[in-house]
Design a protein around this ligand. Structure first.
Ligand code: FES
Length: 383
């Protein structure tokens, strides 16, 4: 499948792009092996200019976008971040910075506050320096993150403490929760890894067993009870869809709510769609309005017409939309297939095989593949 051009009509069901994710850059000081950036990110060197980003914000806002996430890569590597935040706030967005915290100084955080930034999400990899720095591939990361998280709170920002949970850190979830409480986090996202991009390459190293997951969830529930009424911290634990029998309604439906703009201006219905063999539109060539309502890429999986069996006749299709298109493509080679997470999918064995492998703790390759330029180039060269 290789789709180009734009012609499909706007449908009455099409929602507004309420959530805009601005992936400002693919550059990043960390090398997390579960990164959802595309494997070939190193080929995408072009970044939109300040003016081009502000024009994106303006057009998306006119279409109804209300929430704007600054992401990456590491968005702090953009020197114009203050200017982008200010422009976004002037347009009326609720703004959220999604950051590793690396290199974030007190002065810059204050400047973001002056520009109107509403909210900061700081990612951690683990509860201690040794594992955190091993997973991030950066020897300074834990120390810097601690300092940044404390400053975020000192400046009065609401803070999300985000830690992707997987086989390498799931056994220390109690310590991770304790750290997040000690840092006075407002929200704690303990989201188990999703298997796209680099995480799919490293799945055998990352997918926990069912027993590990059940223990981690029970631990989270225990802490919820302990801190109820005493601490403001809210714990959110997200189970991986690999342990579900029905797929998630990914992105709340394709092209229904979420709009992602990548560093070079490519517009996507989700952060992983770049891995699909679809030619997505670029904001340098088309208006956001045209991209959202009329581009082929954004219309491909709207509605139910595109569905094959078992999705087409399924009475749950309005709830889960056939699951995740990216996962269907990455695991079965055809984005029109049912998400293999669904027990009704003829490809469901792809998920149960991975689960069985996780039970046996049997990584197929001996080393995790870190997200860095060298590995990106190697993966491109080897296909
Ligand atoms: Fe792309 Fe689910 S991540 S549709």
């Amino acid at each position: 499948m290789n789709c180009t051009g734009s012609s499909l009509p706007e449908t009455p069901e099409t929602g507004q792009p309420l959530w805009l994710l601005a992936e400002l850059t693919y550059r990043c000081p960390l090398q997390c092996p579960y990164c959802s950036n595309p494997l070939n990110y190193d080929q995408q060197k072009q970044e939109l200019s300040t003016e081009q980003w502000i024009e994106v914000f303006r057009q998306a806002r006119a279409l109804g976008a209300a929430q704007l996430g600054f992401s990456g890569g590491e968005p702090l590597l953009r020197d114009d971040l203050e200017e982008l935040i200010r422009a976004a706030r002037e347009l009326g967005y609720y703004t959220n910075l999604i950051t590793s915290g690396m290199g974030l100084t007190f002065e810059r955080m204050q400047a973001f506050k002056d520009a109107g930034l509403d909210h900061i999400q700081v990612s951690f990899q683990a509860s201690d320096a040794e594992l955190n720095d091993y997973l991030s591939g950066n020897k300074r990361s834990f120390r810097e993150k601690l300092e940044v998280a404390r400053t975020v709170k000192a400046l009065g920002y609401p803070m999300v403490f985000n830690c992707v949970i997987h086989r390498q850190n799931i056994e220390q979830i109690d310590k991770i929760i304790e750290l997040s409480i000690e840092l006075e986090s407002d929200y704690v996202e303990l989201a188990t890894s999703q298997y796209y991009g680099w995480a799919l390459k490293n799945r055998d190293h990352l997918l926990p067993s069912e027993a590990q997951l059940k223990t981690a969830e029970a631990t989270t529930n225990r802490y919820r009870e302990q801190i109820k009424g005493k601490k403001r911290t809210q714990l959110i634990f997200v189970v991986p869809d690999y342990y579900e029998e029905r797929p998630k309604g990914c992105m709340n439906g394709w092209g229904n709510l979420f709009l992602t703009i990548t560093p070079d201006g490519t517009a996507l219905p989700c952060h992983s769609a770049r891995e699909l063999p679809i030619e997505f539109p670029n904001v340098l060539n088309d208006s956001i309005e045209s991209i959202w309502y009329r581009s082929t890429g954004f219309n491909l999986f709207r509605g139910y017409e595109w569905m094959k069996e078992p999705c087409r006749s399924c009475d749950e299709k309005e709830k889960d939309f056939g699951g995740c298109r990216c996962q269907a493509f990455l695991l079965t080679g055809d984005a029109n297939n049912a998400d293999p997470v669904c027990a009704k999918s003829p490809n469901h064995h792809l998920i149960t095989d991975a689960r069985n492998n996780a039970e046996q703790n049997n990584p197929a390759n001996s080393e995790m593949i870190y997200r860095n330029r060298k590995n990106s180039q190697r993966l491109i060269a080897t296909g």
